[in-house]
Design a protein around this ligand. Structure first.
Ligand SMILES: [Zn+2]
Length: 91
């Protein structure tokens, strides 16, 4: 007994190939920090805001929570930095 027809599977697979990279990218970006080019505010964004985000390389168009306007921000690369007392902070 087939619960889903062949055509059904084709649609599911095509949707999967389209949606999975989008979702993975959104989750990846939600672990990154964004820095506003205008006010230097560093913030994180929710996954759902990142799923269909417009970007050019590391520049993303997203609303800065400080400016409250859509701005071009850029992603801070995840890196471990040591501060003066030797604690590691993730940005
Ligand atoms: Zn800003």
């Amino acid at each position: 007994m087939h619960l889903i027809s062949t055509e059904g599977w084709v649609i599911i697979v095509l949707l999967g190939f389209t949606l999975i990279p989008t979702i993975v990218n959104g989750i990846y970006l939600s672990t990154r920090s964004f820095k506003c080019r205008t006010c230097d505010h560093i913030f994180k964004a929710q996954v759902y805001k990142l799923l269909f985000i417009t970007h050019f390389n590391d520049d993303y168009i997203i609303k800065c929570p400080n400016c409250q306007k859509k701005r071009i921000v850029f992603v801070l690369k995840k890196e471990k930095r040591k501060n003066s007392i030797g604690e590691e902070n993730e940005y």
